[in-house]
Design a protein around this ligand. Structure first.
Ligand SMILES: NC(=O)c1ccc[n+]([C@@H]2O[C@H](COP(=O)([O-])OP(=O)(O)OC[C@H]3O[C@@H](n4cnc5c(N)ncnc54)[C@H](OP(=O)(O)O)[C@@H]3O)[C@@H](O)[C@H]2O)c1
Length: 290
């Protein structure tokens, strides 16, 4: 069993760190808001640490799951960062959805200390984290991935090493472009069906299992029709992720018109104050005729 540090006990990190305990690992946690870490330690048998460095000291693995690039830098780098606590031979895994540039930067900083690095953004939502069935898209070296995979198995159903550092983040961008298309398509189609006065329960039953079916239709179709968005993957998170896609696409010279369209819809949702609502809330703009 491994000694694991887990930094960031948000919607995703909290249950992920819990799965590590259930799998028998020795888990030390750090969370910026200490009350969350204390609540976690009440629920699971793990140790609360005052800094990322303290959590990572002597650990075999440090897992990070915070918000964005700057958040990751603030918990990994610097005197009190996780990297300062890790010894040679340890492995840092970043589960945050962040830029490929950050992944390269962290891989270099880790290598300078003989620490392995894997960028491993996740997919599967809060339910996937709670049920321990996440998909982890990884970049890094094979030996670091192989070692980390044995531990990540506690909360993952699928783990794929796609290529060198940064490949995990770029694969997550592929994933988010696909999600954007599925959300945009579902929003346009369902709003059209409602405008036509169709019985949407019957429409969903008819189309969800066919060639047009998607995870979004199956899991969000009913709530989109019912105008319910108080759960799920927030507008702000999706907007952040598509911003990462846009800047990477600029560097690559890749065309992403669909991503730009969905970004504009998400931006309008933010202007309307729907920041924390599920990203499928963009259907409201179709209903408003925008
Ligand atoms: N939620 C999903 O369905 C989902 C799915 C796939 C991927 N993701 C990605 O996974 C990551 C985490 O998502 P989440 O839903 O768990 O987010 P969340 O619930 O908002 O939690 C964010 C976590 O990061 C910590 N944090 C943020 N900024 C920090 C900083 N500057 N310094 C230290 N800690 C900081 C927060 O600490 P505090 O408690 O102090 O705020 C909290 O523990 C994001 O990159 C997100 O895009 C999320």
């Amino acid at each position: 069993m491994a000694i694991c540090a887990f930094i960031g006990l948000g919607n995703m990190g909290y249950p992920m760190a819990g799965h590590l305990v259930r799998a028998g690992h020795d888990v030390r946690v750090f969370n910026r808001t200490a009350t969350k870490a204390v609540a976690w330690a009440d629920e699971y048998d793990g140790e609360v640490c005052a800094t990322p460095r303290e959590a990572a000291a002597g650990a075999d693995f440090a897992f990070v799951c915070v918000g964005n690039d700057d958040d990751v830098r603030s918990v990994v780098l610097g005197d009190e960062g996780a990297l300062a606590g890790l010894g040679a031979g340890a492995i840092l895994v970043d589960h945050t959805t962040a830029s490929a540039t950050l992944a390269t930067e962290l891989a270099e900083a880790c290598a300078a200390q003989d620490v392995g690095f894997v960028d491993g953004p996740i997919s599967g939502g809060q339910a996937g984290a709670q049920n321990g069935v996440l998909s982890v898209m990884c970049g890094g070296q094979q030996r670091h991935f192989d070692a980390a995979a044995e531990v990540m198995d506690a909360y993952a159903a699928t783990m794929t090493l796609v290529g060198p550092a940064g490949s995990g983040q770029r694969t997550k961008m592929v994933n988010q472009i696909l999600c954007a298309g599925a959300i945009q398509g579902a929003a346009e189609a369902l709003a059209f069906g409602q405008a036509a006065g169709l019985d949407m329960e019957k429409v969903l039953a008819a189309v969800t299992q066919g060639a047009a079916g998607s995870w979004y239709l199956a899991n969000r179709g009913e709530t989109m029709v019912a105008d319910e968005f108080d759960f799920g993957f927030a507008v702000d998170w999706m907007a952040k992720d598509l911003g990462l896609v846009a800047s990477e696409a600029d560097k690559l010279g890749a065309a992403t018109p669909l991503t730009h369209l969905t970004s504009a819809y998400l931006s309008q949702a933010q202007d309307a104050g729907d920041n924390r609502m599920d990203a499928t809330a963009i259907i409201r703009q179709y209903r408003n005729g925008e």
